[in-house]
Design a protein around this ligand. Structure first.
Ligand code: ADP
Ligand code: ZN
Length: 434
């Protein structure tokens, strides 16, 4: 099933032509409308007219998450704030989110991309789509919602959580497609079993899962437990959310909407482009954005590109599974954060010492974070137990407010956390342990 068969099946020459046209336009547009890029171009002695074809893209500078952070809130915008019709954001360091902006045309393009992707996954007008991503500032829920709705499917915006209610809705409304993170799909599957419901009595047939990695093993478990086909969906706030790429039913890579997102793979250390098939960091240039166009945005996600023909008939290039990150960002239950972000919050408490370990654990298949942190020896010796408990409570609340989800904080005796003699091992990921 295709939403825009013509574009999704273009010949390579035709796609290159579209990409080149938009690349030239966007280069000129950002030069004229985003002071940040104008300065970068000037510094590199570069003029938009130097970009004559796709091969010239390597002359353009990269854009990074810290550029976005440094230019918060509107510095990366190419339009006046009054032209913005929607803002989304992901959690950012030190409490300031990383925002993304949309003009009316950007929203329309977003709908187009997510609708293509929903069709690629096989969603049809007769489907009942339950959107169990969180409806918040995050893009996930809204993106899936728009795509399923444009197809004409029935959309149930349950958001995440209240699992029993989710299941009741599935039963009562005959939900056929579940949109959520892979870890939430497993939680739902477990609760279905605990409630004594037979999966065959539900109408579920398809799961669209994104925001965090889904290994083949996890995919198989989700598919077996829920009796569905489970597909991976990729997206990122800075790129506008879902709609960048999704697996087709062949499950052999994520097709990229290349007329909007021009992909490159680079060596994350040297920043040199790598040929098709080689593994490196995925970099995207947003070819048709009005509000916040980004060039050569470093996703930090590690994968490879494949341009072999696909059984589904699409010619859109594919990327493989995301096999890691080239920075230290952690993804916990679909929400991401950086250890430095947590450190910043914790060290805002004067009783706390900069010795800590972040333990990522899996309990009942859900991600949990436990932070062990030392206090100043004086505080540890003199403070009554009640004071320590109060401190924990204050820290947990602050962490939740700033990072966006709960972590358990454990204050431990001074000098019990191993001291580093080189790069500190501050993150222990115990999630893969049996
Ligand atoms: P999202 O709401 O999609 O999580 P964020 O901007 O908060 O958006 O996070 C984007 C990051 O989430 C990506 O850079 C990537 O590391 C991770 N991510 C999103 N989708 C996937 C996926 N299908 N597989 C692996 N990681 C993913
Ligand atoms: Zn395909």
């Amino acid at each position: 099933m295709f939403w825009d068969k013509k574009t999704e099946c273009l010949s390579r020459d035709e796609m290159t032509h579209i990409q080149e046209t938009h690349l030239k336009k966007t280069t000129k547009y950002i030069f004229e409308n985003v002071a940040f890029y104008k300065q970068k171009f000037d510094k590199a002695g570069l003029h938009p007219d130097d970009i004559k074809g796709l091969e010239d893209i390597t002359r353009l500078p990269f854009t990074t998450k810290s550029d976005l952070r440094d230019n918060y809130p509107y510095g990366m915008c190419a339009v006046p704030p009054s032209h913005i019709v929607r803002v989304h954001a992901s959690s950012g360091t030190t409490g300031k989110p990383t925002p993304v902006f949309y003009t009316a045309q950007d929203l329309e393009n977003w709908v187009n991309c997510v609708t293509r992707n929903c069709c690629m996954a096989g969603i049809r007008q007769i489907d009942v789509c339950q959107i169990a991503f969180r409806y918040t500032l995050f893009t996930g829920a809204f993106g899936h919602h728009l795509g399923a709705e444009r197809i004409g499917a029935t959309v149930i915006p349950t958001s995440s959580g209240q699992t029993e209610r989710q299941i009741m809705m599935m039963q009562d409304f005959g939900t056929t497609v579940l949109h959520c993170t892979p870890s939430y799909a497993i939680t739902i599957a477990e609760r279905i079993r605990e409630m004594g419901i037979n999966k065959n009595d539900l109408s579920l047939r398809l799961g669209i899962h994104g925001a965090e990695p889904m290994s083949e093993e996890l995919r198989t478990e989700i598919e077996e437990r829920l009796g569905i086909t489970a597909l991976r969906d990729y997206g990122m706030t800075e790129l506008g959310g879902p709609g960048t790429s999704i697996e087709c039913l062949e499950k052999n890579g994520y097709h990229i909407n290349e007329d909007f997102f021009y992909p490159e793979i680079i060596d994350p250390d040297t920043c040199e482009p790598l040929p098709d098939g080689q593994t490196g960091e995925l970099v995207f240039t947003l070819l048709q954005k009005e509000a916040m166009p980004l060039i050569r945005y470093r996703s930090r996600d590690i994968t490879h590109l494949e341009s072999e023909p696909c059984g589904c008939g699409r010619t859109l290039v594919r990327h493989g599974p995301i096999i890691g990150r080239s920075d230290d960002m952690l993804i916990v239950g679909g929400v991401n954060f950086f250890p430095s972000q947590l450190e910043c919050v914790m060290l805002g408490f004067e009783e706390i010492e900069p010795h800590y370990v972040i333990r990522l654990k899996k309990k009942k298949r859900l991600d949990h974070v436990l932070v062990e942190v030392e206090t100043a020896p004086d505080f540890w010796t003199n403070a009554p137990k009640k004071k320590i408990a109060e401190l924990v409570q204050k820290m947990e609340t602050k962490v939740k407010n700033i990072i966006g989800f709960s972590m358990k904080i454990d204050i431990v005796e001074p000098f019990t956390i191993p001291r580093s003699e080189g790069k500190a091992q501050r993150v222990v990921d115990e999630r893969m342990k049996k």
